[in-house]
Design a protein around this ligand. Sequence first.
Ligand code: T4K
Length: 401
Amino acid sequence: MKLTTGDLAIFGGVHAFLRPLYVGSPNAVDRDRLFDRLNWALDNQWLSNSGPLAVEFEARTAELAGVRNSVATCNATVALQMLCHALELTGEVIMPSLTFAATAHAARWVGLDPVFVDVDPLSGQLDPALVAEAVGPLTSAILGVHLWGRTCRAPELEKVASDHGLPLFFDAAHAIGCTLGGQPVASFGVASVFSFHPTKVVAGFEGGAIVTDDDALAGRLRSLRNFGLGPGAGSPAGGTNGKMSEAAAAMALTSLDGFERAVAHNRSNFDAYAAGLDRVPGVRLLPHDPSESRNYQYVIVEIDESAAGIDRDLVLRILQGENVMAKPYFSPACHELEPYRSGRTFRLPHTERFAGRVLALPTGTAVSRESIRRICDVLRLVVSRSDEVTSRWQQMKGRPA
Ligand code: T4K
């Protein structure tokens, strides 16, 4: 059946989906396996503090990351904070602004000043040449982000870091299982941080991990995670409670068991979006390099209003009306958020362009190819009838409530 603008829910039509379809719906897990693990932990009467399930999870994530150490944590935000302390950073940290608030806030929380640098206009990833220009007397580190699981230019960032004698570390919250030049992402820089939030391809209710080949750094992180006690103790920061519980590890291990299946499902979903959005003017699906391993957990489209005839915010509103709960990841960019926006005098044009145009679309094991076909039908309709959609929307907005 061919859709018309009158079928759109914002104009009084029936929702395309009866129930909301979320970006970041948790992937399905083998519940029997999960409950076996939870029961085992309860029988063990050991529920946190580097329990056997957390230790097993560390071994498996270190192997997947291709490094010697994985330090499992309660979430990735605390992991980033711990890493800033373990590296004894002071002053400023250079990072992209086009990322989730947690990247910048983690540094801010431990008393560092994020220095935001613009992204490459095509990839949306941190631009190493601009990073080099931003290095100043107060810079103590460079923090790269593998945004949306598409890798940033880590080897070039390594060069900048080594030219200036700075540590380089990565927010790899989106990038478990991803490679760059065939190497696991965690092989770049001094350490990388994964997130195991429920919205991630590997989920532990909540969870994170710092992966590193630096044994001494891992020792300091283990101490920081446990109130600054035990081997590796002595950080000026004291310590925190950043531990992963056994319940989180049970979930994370079970999620990891299904990792390949989830990635295959995401890949198939990505291909369905690519087919459904092929040649839709002004709607660019951000590609994944087929020669690299990718987890495909984020499907990002960029809406160019000048070619699509409709802006991102109206597309978002229309999709949400259909119960497609797309997300404008990552808008506003960090430099436009408090506490960074007050008094700022700089602009990050490519970051701001991406932030005004991007949309994350639902994927994961809860999303089927048929659902994607319907989402793409809506997107094709709103672009092909963009004038009509925009003027109906403006009329509606102008009407008194
Ligand atoms: N660095 C980067 C680059 C990150 O993207 C993140 C987190 C971090 C660091 C920090 O990692 P963690 O400390 O969280 O481990 C979500 C997530 O909460 C956040 O973890 C994630 N990135 C970010 C990209 O997305 P919000 O503010 O969008 O809202 P939230 O979590 O309420 O809901 C997101 C979507 O997921 C909604 O569509 C609803 C759906 N959802 C969420 C939960 C929790 C579900 O369907 N089921 C659920 O259980 O942040």
